[in-house]
Ligand binder design. Structure first.
Ligand code: CP
Length: 290
């Protein structure tokens, strides 16, 4: 299949190439595709991924069709395959899809236009991982040997699962931390104190309340007290260590209000980098290289 569905399909060298291309675009490299059309289909809510894909497409001069799923024939029971096949028949050159279904793209194998995965279930969020990696690369200039601890709701996180696989492949040492109820043993576990003192990257995750059928065992206040990143905890981090979070953030739960924009935070830089990473991915696909 064409486009970008999962980072597992990409060679490590291609991932570094995409990051370097995104940095080149951030530095002003000019490329335009005025004859192309791309549709965005978001079956799950999104601010960053949806609108940074749209900004990326606009920056590339690509025409954007923002499909209002709630007013489309999806509401009459049309399948994902038939919806995407329809956009292909209309002459669209690619589709961006977010869905709560793990690996929804497996039912799209007969689609011939590029598909850009904007997140599927608890499994993949490839462009989020690429923008995270771009942010780390801009900070340190390399990946090998860097230590990252992902803290929070690991079990429900496509960001954690995508990042752990690719970060390890790039030579990083990845750990997880947070409440036991969110630990799915996908990486070695550290206590919060160990993580704060030893890591180059602290990556926080949102508690995904919408995916918790029976809610969280802890109250928000208890979570914040035991695991939340406060300024007091930030003071224990290494001098040049950075704080990341894919956002949206739950202020006062996994992160204190005054940490969101503190000097070590790269949270809004991640969002900016998301535009350039998505430009790089779309450009490569429009050139037939993805
Ligand atoms: N980081 C992220 O995927 O945010 P959205 O859900 O707002 O797209």
């Amino acid at each position: 299949m064409k486009g970008l569905l999962t980072l597992k399909d990409l060679e490590t060298s291609k991932i570094v190439e995409l990051i370097e291309y995104a940095i080149k675009l951030k530095n002003g490299h000019y490329v335009r595709y005025p004859d192309k059309k791309v549709a965005t289909l978001f079956f799950e809510n999104s601010t960053r991924t949806h609108y940074s894909f749209q900004c990326a497409l606009m920056n590339l001069g690509v025409n954007v069709i923002s499909c209002d799923v709630g007013r489309s024939s999806v509401q009459k029971g049309e399948t994902l395959y038939d919806t995407v096949k329809t956009f292909e028949a209309l002459g669209v050159d690619g589709v961006v899809i977010r869905s709560s279904v793990d690996e929804y793209f497996k039912e799209l194998e007969n689609i011939n236009i590029p598909i850009f995965n904007g997140g599927d279930g608890k499994t993949n969020h490839p462009t989020q991982s690429l923008l995270d990696l771009m942010t780390i690369y801009e900070e340190y200039g390399h990946f090998d040997g860097l230590k990252c601890c992902i803290i929070g709701d690991i079990a429900h996180s496509r960001v954690a699962h995508t990042n752990i696989e690719i970060m390890e492949r790039l030579g990083m040492k990845v750990y997880i931390s947070g409440p036991a109820e969110f630990n799915d043993n996908c990486a070695p576990f550290l206590s919060i104190d160990e993580a704060l003192e030893e890591m180059d990257v602290i990556m926080l995750l949102r508690v995904q309340f919408e995916r918790l059928e029976e809610g969280m065992t802890l109250t928000n206040e208890e979570y914040h007290e035991k695991y939340g990143l406060t300024l007091e905890r930030v003071a224990k981090m290494k001098n040049n260590a950075i704080i990341m979070h894919p956002a949206p953030v739950n202020r006062g739960v996994e992160i204190a209000d005054d940490v969101v924009e503190c000097e070590k935070s790269r949270i809004f830089k991640q969002m900016t980098n998301g535009v350039y990473i998505r430009m790089a991915v779309i450009s490569e696909a429009m050139d037939g290289k993805l």
